[in-house]
Ligand binder design. Sequence first.
Ligand code: R1P
Ligand code: MN
Ligand code: MN
Length: 429
Amino acid sequence: MTRAIVLVLDSFGIGSAPDADAFGDAGADTLGHIAAACARGDADVTDGPNARSGSLKLPNMGRLGLFHAHRDSTGHFAEGVEEPARVEGAYAYAREISSGKDTPSGHWEIAGVPVRFDWGYFLDKQESFPVELLDAIVEEAQLPGVIGNCHASGTEIITRLGDEHVRSGKPIVYTSADSVFQIAAHEEHFGLERLYQLCETVRRLLEPYNIGRVIARPFVGESAATYARTGNRRDYSVEPPSPTVLQKLCEAGGKVVSIGKIADIYAHCGISRKIKASGHDALFDATLDELDHTGARSIIMTNFVDFDSVYGHRRDVAGYAAALEAFDARLPELLTRLKPSDLLILTADHGCDPTWPGTEHTREYIPVLVSGAGLAPGSLGERGTFADIGQSLAEYFDLEPMADGTSFLSHDPSHPSAADDPTASTGAH
Ligand SMILES: O=P(O)(O)O[C@H]1O[C@H](CO)[C@@H](O)[C@H]1O
Ligand SMILES: [Mn+2]
Ligand SMILES: [Mn+2]
């Protein structure tokens, strides 16, 4: 009934992109390197919530074509994984044409709008932000000052500067190789609402700098040993440069349900309803719930952020493997809920190889695993841009074509287009 379910496994790259060298990422391979570490026995965890051992086990994504897409992207099957007896989904690997390897660029390109301009960046590793910008922030937000002002990993910097922040009341400001201004502050000592307000002020003051996102990074805890970030992260993104397929569907009377940080990433453009959830299980539960209740001409889009934020950036190979296995184990719950004409797309927005030096994203191909809607199983080849997903969604919902991308549905005569769907023409949803 013309519903698309788009699951973004944040940072789940499947092999170094052709232009990876320009990013210092030639050879990065999020899936391949996790699988190799598992095969070597280097990702065994004996107890705790991430307990796992041995080779990487993703039977359900394997059946949807994940390992075949990775093989086509890299030239070899991921080490130690079990090749499925039969591939039941259509699969592809897609490259990014946007200038950056950040989350908004990846998501916007998925929705048919690549980022062709260059973002502004704070390139200096120390004293990263211009003095006049920090002065304006301190004055407008009436702060006693700020600390940090450097490139940092978000968990490392709260361990290092959390006590000073609590003592002084000065928020921790930091950035990365991404186009971001991040602000960490204690939920109780500084205040969560006050942190959000500060982010809005900074968003406004950043206008001349062309920065993609301001990110609120609230944390709790009593000391360096216990400071921990919470699920109250909030992203303040600029708007996509032109209407995404999400906006086009909304304008045409359809619905877009955002689960997790999707709404934030698209700056709330083209979102009919948003559901916040923290942690992959809660995100998965919310997705299932929407599948049970959302009608025709709808996109349900979920971002599974922990792959990136909790495991990829932290370079936690075993944790990433355990999170993938946990996600995979829940997929049948979703697959059994799909109606025959529903379109399911599993994909990612960039890589974040947990074996790679540093703590940043990696420029990689993403998997595009498509099933449902009568699409024949098999290879959809290499896709020249993530925007092929947006273009396919435009076709699926019978919208005007997007400026970028090539639909992977169009060559399949068995595809029941939205025009053939009796519920679509009535606008019922
Ligand atoms: O180290 P943390 O705070 O997780 O930051 C990471 O998350 C940011 C946004 O995805 C990136 O810019 C990266 O630096
Ligand atoms: Mn991301
Ligand atoms: Mn990230």
